[in-house]
Design a protein around this ligand. Structure first.
Ligand code: BES
Ligand code: MN
Ligand code: ZN
Length: 500
């Protein structure tokens, strides 16, 4: 998609369609007002007939004759006083979704919060960034195994209209970053939606390699099981023990800053299918466990974001990837393994496997002496119960890092909620036979937190945050599909780290 800024007065714009906001109070503002006057009050006439009320996302297309633009799309934006970035995005998504099925080639949006609600440069940046992200969100098509999902899109150019206000640098920055994040989000969704018989650990490694081969700033290394064994990664290996499909540990290093700058380590859970192993899951909705690699997919998406944007940071990306399946060689409940950290683990439930692969990946991450370690994982069903599909669960051993991630979540609209990691909880994962148990042995409550406490044992003294994305990474039911979260959240964090 070609994203551009247009500083003309709305009346002088050449585009197939102008996207104009309508609020519930019926008052016309900004470009809507100008265009109404230039067209014999056609918009007010429409409002008088109650053809549009301003409900968020409501859309109406009107033809106009004899102008540089052929159509007006009126878009409901809700209550003016409550017009926020969130409502702006909703209104945009609704209008872009409609327009993507028309033959219009170029459209210009005047829905920007900054045009209507203020001129701060931060809101200018958000306006274009959200516009680009919204486009990528509505134009995603899963086609690999269902060709009829492929819909022809005529739209080639999306303009951000300033209606005569000057262009500022942050508008372009917003487009560039929104475009990179949007494209990465589509890739993450695609990887998530692919079934486990296509999206294997090797497939993930290939995707990472494709990205790395395009950028000099990236180096990629994919470890096989023999190499993991040499490093003593028996926790990770215990999860893949039942699988024929080979496990991989994908490591991508990004250099965008001076050598001496400590990297940020990003780790993503890559279980390409989670049957539960010998502690087999019930069969209803088990298919959704193809999404158990969404942390890995997000990590791969982020590799693309940092490289495309040339962010001035150093980063290392780690993806432990394997299948969790039962067989005669699979790990059995009660088995004890020694992790790379030296700590022994009693595997009381083979379905608590995410933490086992992350344990060794987190230990390995420490080799890079990172400034921060951030892991993302579809780790616990308990997180879905606690926070549903809205907030990711956040746990951290650092108040400073936690605050940065909470702030990045609020800024990007990809929010997290912090849960406590106190000793009371870590006392729940004791084992009589090993240094730690992989599930709680002292009551069944707080499953998300006890998983976090388990991970904490493998990060040493490094500042670390764990993001449980079990509830947010995909939607269930009729809209089943990956969301691409938390690409926007962690991109936001990495972008703001770039300017420190
Ligand atoms: N991948 C699952 C977590 C999950 C379940 C995510 C449902 C989204 C929806 C994870 O590997 C798992 O099975 N966790 C267990 C842990 C339990 C055995 C302590 C769980 O949450 O039930
Ligand atoms: Mn599991
Ligand atoms: Zn899992």
């Amino acid at each position: 998609m070609n994203f551009q800024i247009n500083t003309n007065k709305a009346t002088e714009v050449k585009a197939d369609c102008l996207i104009l906001p309508i609020f519930k109070d019926k008052k016309l503002r900004g470009a809507t007002k100008t265009i109404n006057t230039a067209n014999n009050k056609v918009i007010q006439d429409f409002q008088k007939n109650d053809d549009i009320q301003g409900k968020i996302g409501q859309t109406r297309i009107l033809p106009v004759l004899g102008k540089g633009y052929k159509r007006l799309m009126l878009v409901g934006c809700g209550e003016y006083d409550k017009y926020s970035e969130k409502n702006y995005k909703k209104a945009l998504m609704s209008s872009l979704a409609k327009l993507s099925s028309t033959s219009h080639k170029s459209v210009i949006s005047y829905l920007s919060t900054s045009d209507i609600c203020g001129k701060k440069s931060e809101s200018q940046y958000r306006s274009t960034r959200i516009l680009a992200e919204a486009w990528h969100q509505v134009s995603y098509q899963y086609t690999t195994t269902k060709k009829s999902n492929a819909k022809k899109i005529s739209l080639k150019k999306i303009l951000h209209g300033t209606n005569g206000q000057p262009r500022i640098a942050s508008m372009k920055k917003g487009f560039d970053e929104g475009d990179a994040i949007g494209k990465a989000t589509q890739k993450v969704r695609m990887l998530g939606d692919l079934p486990s018989n296509i999206c294997t650990p090797s497939y993930l490694a290939k995707e990472a390699r494709k990205i790395a081969s395009k950028h000099k700033s990236l180096t990629l290394n994919v470890m096989n099981e023999a190499q993991m064994r040499k490093l003593g990664m028996h926790s990770l290996l215990s999860v893949t023990a039942g699988a024929k499909e080979p496990a991989k540990l994908i490591i991508a290093e990004y250099k965008g800053s001076k050598k001496s700058d400590k990297p940020i380590a990003i780790v993503g859970k890559g279980i390409t299918f989670d049957t539960g192993g010998i502690s087999l899951k019930p069969s209803n909705s088990m298919d959704e466990m193809k999404y158990d690699m969404c942390g890995a997919a997000t990590t791969i998406g982020l590799i693309q974001v940092v490289a495309e944007l040339n962010l001035p940071i150093n980063a290392v990306f780690l993806v432990p990837a394997c299948e969790n399946v039962p067989s005669s060689t699979a790990t059995k409940p009660g088995d004890i393994v020694k992790s790379m950290s030296g700590q022994t683990i009693e595997i009381l439930n083979t379905d608590a496997e995410g933490r086992l692969i992350l344990a060794d990946a987190l230990t390995y991450a420490q080799r890079f002496k990172p400034k921060f370690i951030i892991d993302m994982a579809t780790l616990t069903g308990a997180c879905v119960v606690a926070l549903g599909a809205h907030h990711s669960g956040l746990m951290s051993n650092s108040d400073g890092l936690a605050k940065k991630i909470i702030d990045a979540g609020l800024a990007s609209g990809d929010a997290t909620w912090r849960l406590p990691l106190t000793e009371d909880y870590s006392n729940q994962i004791v084992s009589n036979f090993a240094d730690v148990a992989n599930i709680s042995t002292r009551g069944s409550g707080a499953g998300t937190i006890t998983a976090g406490c388990f991970l904490q044992k493998f990060v040493g003294d490094f500042d670390w945050a764990h993001i449980d994305i079990a509830g947010v990474a995909w939607l269930e039911g009729a809209n089943k599909g990956a969301t691409g979260r938390p690409v926007a959240l962690v991109s936001e964090f990495l972008i703001s780290e770039s300017s420190n």
